[in-house]
Design a binder for this molecule. Structure first.
Ligand code: ATP
Ligand code: MG
Length: 237
């Protein structure tokens, strides 16, 4: 399998504090990679580094080209969609306006109407609420909107930062199911940062465990599920 994204030896600082100490990971073309780790391990920083939202050293290759140092907007145009932690929808705009904005930098062949229909098909609740302003949606609905908006870009790679945060189990499963469908049916590769290790490993093929800014374990998701330390610390059994 070939790599779509290769991150090599990433180092990042906030002020004088180094929070990533030489982090390397990959996402395969058509694959789902999960990055697990405790609070403060550097998961969000790793995703932000890919989009050049934080200063880093190291190398980042995407789809055969070096993207390290490119402007965030150019990285988005190459087909990397970043669904950030904490949702970040435009709260005064309606659901549909948010979705349309998600498509601003896309290069896809399908029309906006087709894409909206596809999103409403995946996320039925968004269709019912398409005229509602995003700020009044429930937390779970906002999370769905954030993921749907990310998909409107027609990305090659979807970066998801804690999509399960604060969601009831049923909604969480629904979102993961959609991510899995988008990956399998549409071939969108996914880099998934999650506290919910069992959900993430359920849809991932590759996994990495971050601890205080270092990768301390990497391998197949199926091997992670069997690893004693992962089981004890992240799967709770
Ligand atoms: N803007 C910032 N300024 C200073 N320190 C920061 C900033 N953002 C993150 N950090 C620090 O960098 C470290 C890594 O943070 P990061 O957000 O990447 O962790 P995380 O793995 O995503 O954690 P969580 O699971 O809690 O979201 C933490 O110690 C955090 O306090
Ligand atoms: Mg985080």
């Amino acid at each position: 399998m070939t790599a779509l994204l290769t991150v090599e030896n990433l180092e990042a600082n906030y002020g004088f504090t180094k929070v990533l100490h030489g982090v390397s990971f990959q996402v395969e073309k058509g694959g789902v990679t999960a990055i697990l780790g405790a609070n403060g391990a550097g998961k969000t920083t790793s995703l932000r580094a890919i989009c050049n939202m934080v200063k880093t050293t190291g190398d980042i290759l995407f789809d055969g080209q070096r993207i390290k140092g490119k402007a965030t907007e150019d990285i988005v145009r190459l087909g990397i969609s970043h669904v950030q932690e904490g949702r970040g929808t435009f709260e005064h705009l309606t659901v549909e306006e948010n979705l349309r904005l998600g498509a601003y930098a896309r290069k896809g062949k399908t029309t906006m109407a087709e894409d909206l229909a596809r999103m409403y098909d995946y996320f039925g609740v968004l269709k019912d609420r398409r005229k509602q302003v995003a700020g009044t949606l429930s937390g779970g609905e906002q999370q769905m909107l954030a993921v749907a908006r990310g998909l409107m870009l027609q990305p090659k790679l979807l970066l998801l930062d804690e999509p399960s945060l604060g969601l009831a189990p049923l909604i969480m499963r629904e979102i993961f199911h959609i991510v899995e469908t988008v990956n399998k049916k549409e071939g969108v590769s996914v880099l998934l940062v999650e506290q919910n290790a069992s959900m993430a490993l359920g849809i991932a093929n590759q996994a990495y465990l971050l601890e205080t800014g270092r990768v301390i374990l990497s391998g197949l998701a199926t091997d992670f599920l069997k690893d004693d330390s992962v089981r004890r610390s992240y799967l709770g059994y």
